[in-house]
Structure formats: structure tokens, C-alpha cells
Design a binder for this molecule. Structure first.
Ligand code: NDP
Length: 267
């Protein structure tokens, strides 16, 4: 019988996770079902419990439930523990195990797919929400020369920096004059078509990475490219975090590049 998995979120209709996991399953010869589950905002834990009672083996978790997913789990990986947020649940006999695969997904996309090493680089993350929370630890494991965080609400960046010693907080509206090799947009500003105050931040040869993805380049990517930077979107991150989830559930590691190509064509 096919093992059952789900992505749980609110909203969730936009999620590409079912397609990605079914392509991985086909490629590795696994029998799985993978569905989208819309959880009411006040009933994430109940939605997880129902799915588990119906034979679900695990779930990915998306906005706005990643911190709650961490709280309902009884065992967590060190990277979920560090982020205090989880996008991965595995249901075991008596327990729920959680992990956070967003960070390793981002690192693999930048380092392996785009061929840009993080070691020794000056890296800036903009944003301090759920996505930023999941990626700071794995980015810092790559040993960048400097890792800085800027967020519209500076207090939120400071809270996050409290979890990760060594992370430097910079004011978002005063980044001019700072030099970075890699700038990662982990805000949802592109989602609303809003622009960030990024005067003087981009330069020739640097990487500007937007976690958002879509058919067209985001405003962040267009601006970076116009100022000479290499621009990339977050589709590769999405697929790499899914591949890590698939491996953690099923023990099979899918090849990600064919899936990235297939999804890119469908955007
Ligand atoms: P959250 O809602 O948790 O956080 C949103 C962040 O964006 C906050 O830091 C917020 O700042 C900032 N922000 C929103 N609007 C603006 C604006 N106009 N100007 C400046 N800052 C702004 O969202 P997530 O962290 O979960 O997601 C962030 C983005 O990452 C989304 O676009 C999401 O789609 C993407 N993502 C992509 C993934 C992938 O696999 N490719 C995985 C996970 C997320 P403030 O604190 O001041 O409100």
C-alpha cells in the first residue's frame, strides 16, 4: 500500500510539494501518496492528529505553522532545535519527530546547483520570519567570513540573533556602503510586489538570491541583475528541501536537477 504524506499549511493550494514528491517517487520507484491539507489557523495540531490517525506517515509544514510544528513534536533534529521551527514531521509509533530542511535546501541550491561556495564569503540575510529562522544555522555551518541579518522590524532580527551567537544585526534602511558577496532575500516583500531599500547593495560578481520564485524574476532579482549581480530565485531551494524530506522519510535520495528542470518549465 502507498505510504501517505501531506503538506499542511494555510493557505496551501499554491504548494508545489505534491508534484515534486510524486516526481521523486517515480524516479526512485517508491509508492507514495502526497496530498495538500488546509489546516484551520487554530487547528494545526488537530489536523496533524487526524492525518496521523488515517495512516499518514509524515508531513511537510508551511506557513504559518512551522513554529507550532516544532512545539508539537516530541523529538527534534539539532537543526530544528536551533531554529525552533520545523517544516518536516515524521510520525513514529509513539512520537512525532521534527526537522528543518529549509536551510540545507538553500545551502545545496547555492553551493551545489549554482556553484557558489559559502565558505569565506560575506553573507547577508534580509528577513527574520520563519524562512530566515530555518536557514541561519545551516548557512553558518558553511563557515562564511561574515553572516549578517537585516529586517524591517529590527527587534525581530535581534530576537533571532539571540538564538545564533555570531550573527550580526544591521539596520535594513542603512545597508549602503556595506559589502557582501551573497545577499539572500528571505522576506515576503516580493510576494506583495513591494520593494526593499537596497540602494548601493548590489555589485558585479555577487549573488542575489530571492527565496521567492515565479515565472518572472522578482523585483529584487531584476534590480540586482540591472546592477550587475547574478540573480537566482528560490525554486531550487524548494526542490532541495523536498529532496531532504523525501530522504528522511524513505531513505532514498532523488536526483534534483531533472525535477528542477521539469518544474521550471511548468511555472
Ligand atoms: P514570514 O511571514 O514568517 O516573514 C516575512 C518576513 O518578510 C519578515 O521578516 C517581514 O518583516 C518581511 N517583510 C514582509 N514584507 C516586507 C516589506 N514590504 N519590506 C520589508 N520586509 C518585509 O514569511 P516566511 O519567512 O515564512 O517566508 C518569507 C519568504 O520566503 C516568502 O516569500 C516565502 O514564499 C519564501 N520561502 C521560500 C522557500 C523555498 O523553499 N523557496 C521556503 C520558505 C519560504 P517584519 O518582521 O518587519 O514583518
Amino acid at each position: 500500500m502507498a505510504a501517505r504524506y501531506a503538506v499542511i499549511g494555510h493557505p496551501v493550494a499554491h504548494s508545489r510539494s505534491p508534484e515534486i514528491h510524486l516526481l521523486f517517487a517515480r524516479q526512485t520507484g517508491q509508492a507514495i501518496e502526497y496530498v495538500r491539507l488546509l489546516a484551520p489557523l487554530n487547528a494545526f495540531a488537530a489536523t496533524v492528529a487526524d492525518f496521523r490517525a488515517q495512516g499518514g506517515k509524515g508531513a511537510n509544514v508551511t506557513v504559518p505553522f512551522k513554529e507550532e510544528a516544532f512545539r508539537i513534536a516530541s523529538q527534534c533534529s539539532p537543526r530544528a532545535q536551533a531554529a525552533r521551527a520545523a517544516n518536516f514531521l515524521r510520525f513514529e509509533r509513539q512520537t512525532i519527530y521534527c526537522d528543518n530542511t529549509d536551510g540545507i535546501g538553500l545551502v545545496r541550491d547555492i553551493r551545489d546547483n549554482l556553484g557558489v561556495p559559502l565558505e569565506g564569503k560575506r553573507v547577508l540575510v534580509i528577513g527574520a520570519g520563519g524562512a530566515a529562522r530555518g536557514v541561519i544555522g545551516p548557512l553558518s555551518d558553511e563557515k562564511p567570513a561574515a553572516l549578517a541579518l537585516a529586517n524591517r522590524t529590527e527587534a525581530r532580527a535581534r530576537t533571532l540573533a539571540g538564538l545564533f551567537p555570531g550573527l550580526k544585526v544591521l539596520p535594513l534602511d542603512r545597508l549602503k556602503g556595506e559589502r557582501f558577496d551573497i545577499v539572500i532575500n528571505a522576506t515576503s516583500a516580493s510576494l506583495a510586489g513591494e520593494t526593499l531599500p537596497l540602494e548601493g547593495l548590489f555589485s558585479e560578481g555577487m549573488l542575489a538570491y530571492d527565496m521567492m520564485y515565479g515565472k518572472e524574476p522578482t523585483a529584487f532579482m531584476s534590480r540586482a541583475a540591472a546592477e550587475g549581480a547574478r540573480a537566482a530565485d528560490g525554486l531550487g531551494m524548494l526542490i532541495e528541501q523536498a529532496a531532504e524530506s523525501f530522504f528522511l522519510w524513505l531513505g532514498a535520495r532523488p536526483r534534483t536537477l531533472p525535477v528542477l528542470e521539469a518544474l521550471r518549465k511548468e511555472l
